[in-house]
Design a protein around this ligand. Structure first.
Ligand code: CAA
Length: 281
């Protein structure tokens, strides 16, 4: 199949990688050559890790990379798509704009999926000419490693689109789980309050960064502590998701910790900016 992936950040690059590794032709689209080059570099680095583990050969690494083409023009990148997957920044205005453009640029038969972590699929679908073919396909980070794809049915998503995305996810070796379209879906509705609570515990002085993360890692067998995971996801993304849930449900329960708000305002976004709860420089 021809898969178009919009956005070459950590999620878009990971999604492009798993489709290319499974034998699909991938068109990776972003607004600048620099973002595309960074995306391809991260794919190459991830493939190299898999080669080192022995589960991919050098030849397969090369052919996977060869199946990925890069585009700065959206129309060019989606013109032959059998499926478009949008993985741009978690910003609703941006996503609505991209989906409105996809209506005229992508082939009429192509389903339009979004990797949004929390934004309403129904709202994104309403910005298009094909709401029945719009669906959430939410991969987890790091995409090549994590088993889950959270598949989100919007109000208008039809059975054929849902089946296609469920089957395709399974063909990538992933386990899709179908859920309905409410703010944060299932994954972030449950994960984000935990990360936010860890930030409140830090802010209120219940424990330090290492103490909070160690309690959750060793006490609950989580692979990463909540503050380390928040840094890994990106603190701006965590804040954006909490805000979507707060607005969508109107519950104080989802109010972002003031420490998170301050850190994002100060540009401390976690791993990607070099500093968050931990220092990465
Ligand atoms: N590409 C390829 N392989 C990778 C990789 C990547 N980007 N990152 C890690 N790996 C592989 C490693 O090669 C290693 O493989 P083996 O075990 O076969 O040797 C394995 O994954 C484990 O990696 P490491 O040994 O380097 O480190 P680790 O044991 O600490 O695992 C981790 C790293 C997989 C990220 C683990 O810490 C983890 O599972 N963390 C939690 C991740 C998580 O919760 N993700 C969901 C975030 S929420 C989200 O994404 C959705 C949202 O909407 C916000």
């Amino acid at each position: 199949m021809n898969i178009s992936v919009i956005g070459a950040g950590q999620m878009g690059a990971g999604i492009a990688q798993v489709f290319a590794a499974a034998g699909h032709q991938v068109s990776l689209v972003d607004i600048s050559q620099e973002s595309l080059a960074r995306g391809v570099k991260s794919i190459d680095g991830s493939l190299e890790r898999i080669v080192r583990k022995g589960s991919l050969t050098e030849a397969e690494r090369t052919s996977t990379l060869e199946r990925i083409t890069t585009h700065t023009d959206l129309g060019d990148g989606v013109k032959s798509a059998d499926l478009v997957i949008e993985a741009a920044t978690e910003n609703s205005e941006l996503k609505l704009k991209i989906f409105a453009q996809l209506s005229s640029l992508a082939p009429a038969a192509a389903p339009l999926a979004t990797n949004t972590s929390s934004i309403s699929i129904t709202r994104i679908a309403a910005a298009t000419d094909r709401p029945a073919k719009v669906i959430g396909m939410h991969f987890m980070n790091p995409v090549p490693v994590m088993q889950l794809v959270e598949v989100i049915r919007g109000y208008a998503t039809d059975d054929a689109t849902c089946k296609m995305v469920m089957d395709l996810s399974r063909s990538l070796g992933k386990t899709p789980v179908e859920v309905n379209d409410y703010p944060g879906f299932v994954a972030n509705r449950i994960l984000m309050p935990m990360l936010n609570e860890a930030m409140y515990a830090l802010w209120e002085g219940v424990g330090g960064v290492a103490e909070i993360d160690t309690v959750m890692k060793l006490g609950m067998a989580h692979p990463m502590g909540p503050l380390q995971l928040a840094d890994y996801i990106g603190l701006d993304t965590c804040l954006a998701i909490l805000n979507v849930m707060k607005e969508g449900f109107g519950r104080a329960h989802y109010q972002a910790c003031p420490l998170l708000v301050n850190m994002v305002t100060a540009g401390k976004l976690g791993r990607k900016s070099g500093e968050g709860f931990y220092n990465y420089s």
